[in-house]
Write a protein that binds this ligand. Sequence first.
Ligand SMILES: *Cc1c(COP(=O)(O)O)cnc(C)c1O
Length: 323
Amino acid sequence: MKNIHDLPRVVLGVYPTPFYKLENISKKYGKNIWIKRDDLCGVALGGNKVRKLEFLLADAKEQGCDVVFTTGGAQSNHAMLTAACASRLGMKPILILKKRGVTEHKGNLVLDDIYGADVRMMDTDSYDDIYAEMHRVGAELEAQGHKCYYIPCGGSNPLGAVGYVNCVREFTVQALAAGIKVGHIVSATGSGGTTAGLLLGAKLFQPGVKVTGIAVDTDPFSEIVPQLAKESAEILDCSFEREKDDFEMVSHVGAGYAVPNAEDTPYIEELARMEGILLDPVYTGKAWSGMLKQLQSGYFGEEDNLVFVHTGGAAALFAMNLG
Ligand SMILES: *Cc1c(COP(=O)(O)O)cnc(C)c1O
């Protein structure tokens, strides 16, 4: 196996991100719940895409690229963080976003401008259309002498997912220092890369610990996630074998991707009021409320020390209403 440190990486965040027990919430729910604060990773308003971009943009740099393309919804956290990180590394970010009904210049769209992104909206529901447009624009730029790097939606390819293997490595050390044994790792699943990295990371650094992804979209993540984990393992030159009960997807998408659920709002308010922590209505609010519902239905059994990986997303609070 390769050491993660052997892969090209540019450090973009401030690490380690905090890892601690949510005292008030743990008391209320009768279970020790820990949080990994990747919302506090030190770039923009934080978020999980930064760890992925550390590997993706290092690859872009190695290839001598000066333009970085990516995509997502109009309020994509991933696109915003790609703009922030690419600009910082001296590469021009071009974001081709799904317009889909979004007309207001709020939230991440404000930040995209601050970070110097060239933002283009496409009125389509198909990422195939967007990738075709991306490569068309990219070919024009290449003809002018630029070199382009293309990052898929969510940064969820095998190299991006390695960022979350690295996150597990980081909180394994923190859990050891805190004197606890991690019982279960839970996080939001939107395009799958984070959950794939957590799954592979758990195999490598927390053997026997189960990963549950709370799906906030309807893609077939039960297949996507292990497949990505396997391909990330190839990059790290290690093996990845599924085992019984090592991973599960739970859907908490509600009315649809990026549509806030009214039933999540009390959980979002509770975490804010009891622990001071903000969740967003698209990803972390759904994941958090989905996790607590599973907890209340006995899903975690006797497992103690659940770890909730907070993946960021706060800008959405300024772009949409809670459900
Ligand atoms: C992208 C995102 C996720 C989902 O991560 P994936 O790797 O795409 O599954 C979760 N939370 C926030 C805030 C995000 O921006």
